[in-house]
Write a protein that binds this ligand. Structure first.
Ligand code: AMP
Length: 421
């Protein structure tokens, strides 16, 4: 017999685990909408170059983790590993830059990266994110960071540290890359093959190499802050000053460069502090990308965004025992039919209850009390509506409240009000 198993690094979500992801999506969407963001849905797969050009050829995501294949027309297609580049493609293709003012979108959905599966790391995972185009003010940076922070707080998540850094504008990064090249040249022989290549192509990527992260060379790396232009330095100071105004706790981490090439100036990550295996995981991250749109289409529109992983958020909410206050099971009703005609009546009653927003179930097979009580027991139904011949003819039903262990006669046309309490 065939052995049907899910692909390594993927997960099935059903019942509660699915409900949790939907809850987070809905909650985050509501917060995003309060910031004026609209919903955007883009394709799950894109032309490969959408990601290669923008996320960066030397990033781990592009060089090692993408699910890329040739389609039947021999076009190179990639299952999206992240949202920002794909949404930028949509922003340009749909000429959203022609809209006056800011363009703000939120998105959620599955992303795909061929990583080694481990705690909080999957090959298919779900992200929620926000992208804002059209303004380069530090106030917008803070606003976007606050929106993510408010989502975590609103969900009830505690012990999140915001790590923040500035990787500067183009000129700052050029200065810094030069300094890194000089610094790493004494170590490069003992580093991994990717880093050997990166020293020439993109030395900043060495800072988030997963292989060499404990390498001695990474202990005393030049600090990016020393290479920022005056303009970038001032910008960063302003971001921090306004975060202080909001009393948002953050840690400046000069080694935070983020794994994706499109960022400029502000970058940030939300790290969870926990006494279990989730400790230190990034729940989300993001940053500003001043020149991604112009490098794609020549039109100069700055952008900023963040994304977080729904599976990690859900796991943290498990670990912090938050779900129990949120996912209260709604009451449900079993409608019993004690003979064939009453069974049909029970289906009609269930239909009316459902239209009124009440979860109602029936036993499709049996007319015996025993089987139907068993169903109500299994579903932990609060109410049981009993319809036998007498009830059906009189249109007065017997209703049991299983919690109070009481039983009352209720007229058919008063049933919905009665069950709503
Ligand atoms: P990134 O796009 O790499 O900045 O990731 C943003 C967020 O997505 C991370 O902070 C995680 O919460 C989540 N994430 C990224 N990669 C994975 C993965 N392989 N499995 C689960 N969640 C992930």
């Amino acid at each position: 017999m065939a052995n049907y198993q899910k692909i390594k690094g993927t997960q099935d979500f059903y019942d509660l685990s699915a409900k949790k992801l939907t809850y987070i999506e809905d909650f985050a969407s509501e917060v995003a909408e309060s910031y004026g963001c609209k919903h955007i849905i883009t394709p799950i797969f894109e032309a490969t170059e959408v990601f290669v050009k923008n996320v960066g050829e030397d990033s781990d995501v592009v060089s090692k983790e993408m699910y890329t294949f040739l389609d039947k027309g021999h076009r190179s297609i990639t299952l999206r590993p992240e949202g920002t580049a794909a949404i930028a493609r949509s922003f340009i293709e749909n000429k959203m830059y022609a809209n006056p003012g800011l363009t703000k979108y939120y998105y959620y959905g599955p992303m795909f990266r061929h990583e080694r599966p481990q705690v909080g790391r999957y090959r298919e995972f779900n992200q929620f994110g926000i992208e804002v185009y059209g303004n380069a003010s530090y106030l917008l940076d803070v606003d976007v960071i606050l929106s993510a922070y408010n989502i975590f707080n609103g969900l009830g998540i505690k012990n999140v540290t915001i790590k923040i850094n500035s990787i500067g504008n183009f000129e700052s990064r050029q200065n810094y890359s030069k300094a890194l090249k000089e610094y790493f040249k004494d170590y490069v022989e003992t580093m991994c093959d990717d880093c050997k290549r990166r020293i020439n192509t993109n030395p900043m990527r060495i800072l988030d190499c997963k292989v060499d992260k404990e390498h001695v060379a990474l202990k005393n790396v030049p600090c990016i802050n020393d290479y920022l232009t005056l303009e970038s330095k001032e910008y960063f100071e302003n971001v921090l000053r306004v975060l202080d105004e909001f009393k948002v706790p953050y840690i400046v981490d000069y080694n935070l460069v983020r794994g994706l090439d499109y960022y400029t100036d502000t970058v940030f990550e939300f790290i969870i502090n926990s006494d279990d295996e989730l400790n230190g995981l990034a729940l989300g991250g993001g940053g500003k990308y001043a020149s991604m749109i112009s490098s794609m289409c020549g039109i100069d529109v700055p952008g900023i965004g963040f994304a977080f992983g729904l599976e990690r958020i859900s796991a943290v909410m498990d670990s912090q025992n938050i779900w129990k206050n949120i996912l209260n099971e709604k009451d449900n009703v079993v409608v019993m039919g004690l003979d064939e005609k009453s069974k049909l009546e029970s289906l009609k009653v269930a239909d009316e209850l459902r239209k009124a927003g009440i979860e109602a179930q029936i036993d499709y097979n049996s007319c015996t009390m025993k089987a139907q009580f068993k169903l109500a027991d299994r579903l932990k139904s609060k109410y049981i509506v009993i319809i036998g011949e007498e009830e059906r003819l009189s249109e007065i039903y017997t209703v049991k409240n299983t919690e109070l262990k009481t039983q009352e006669k209720v007229e058919k046309n008063k049933l919905i009000d009665y069950l709503r309490g």
